[in-house]
Design a binder for this molecule. Structure first.
Ligand code: DX5
Ligand code: ZN
Length: 245
């Protein structure tokens, strides 16, 4: 079975030391850097734009997995492509002309991803699947880090895996939201290729990113640490982060 890829979401990192945080996860074995772009409109939070992506591109050799949580991604595809995005993933809920949007991402030489909110049915991506490089299944409602994984999404991940396999193409299946050491095994068993994890990694006890990344990759099967479990520490950190951003 191919290696599970781990994509730390920098949303939960220390933005004042972003380059150091990215270097730390890269050294700790991360496979991609997940960048959450939020526009304060499609989701009730505001984060980062193309200049930050451009800055990140200069400090890591890892692929940049840019998740566009925005109402009008078409208006920014060129900027994010030029900033150095490796993957650009758009929400089906925000793209009335999804095929055109996907083509425009690919025309810029960027890998195209599509994603859907927990309540959006998989049928909404069925027709576009043969055209994309990545399908991202949201396992929380987008907008914030530190939320709880919606368990019912496991069934959706299984169905997405089957849908991808039917295309005969190597579309990557990524899962984002509430991914922790204690649910990674189930998510991988359901068919995920890439696990996005924000709070599980950046709020790891002792900042031991390497340990959590290894545990996530192993589907939670390695040693008996309690990293990623919903502790008082992570809940408190999550709510203070929500208040800040
Ligand atoms: C949520 C973002 C996620 C988020 C994941 O809207 O798309 O990438 O950072 O954070 P955790 O892993 O803490 O749920
Ligand atoms: Zn994300």
């Amino acid at each position: 079975m191919p290696k599970v890829r781990i994509a730390p979401s920098i949303l939960s990192s220390d933005f004042a030391h972003l380059a150091d945080e990215i270097a730390a996860v890269e050294q700790a074995g991360a496979d991609l850097v997940h960048v959450d772009v939020m526009d304060g409109h499609f989701v009730p939070n505001l984060t980062i734009g193309p200049p930050i992506v451009e800055a990140i591109r200069k400090v890591t050799t890892l692929p940049l997995d840019v998740h566009l949580m925005m109402t009008n991604p078409d208006a920014f595809i060129r900027e994010f492509a030029e900033a150095g995005a490796t993957y650009l993933t758009v929400h089906v809920e925000a793209c009335p002309h999804l095929h055109r949007t996907v083509q425009s991402i690919k025309e810029k030489g960027v890998q195209a991803g599509v994603t859907l909110n927990p309540a959006t049915p998989l049928t909404s991506v069925e027709e576009i699947l043969p055209d994309v490089d990545l399908l991202l299944i949201m396992s929380v409602n987008p907008g914030f880090g530190g939320q709880r994984f919606i368990v019912r999404v496991l069934d959706k991940i299984k169905k997405a895996r089957a849908m991808i396999d039917r295309t005969g193409r190597s579309v990557l299946l990524e899962v984002d939201g509430g991914v922790k050491v204690d649910n990674a095994a189930a998510i991988v068993a359901a068919g995920a290729d890439i696990l996005v994890a924000g709070s599980a990694i950046f709020e790891a006890p002792g900042h031991d990113y390497r340990r959590v990344i290894a545990q996530l990759r192993a589907g939670g099967a390695t040693d008996s640490g309690d990293n990623g479990k919903p502790t008082g520490h992570s809940k408190a950190a999550a709510s203070s982060r929500k208040a800040r951003r």
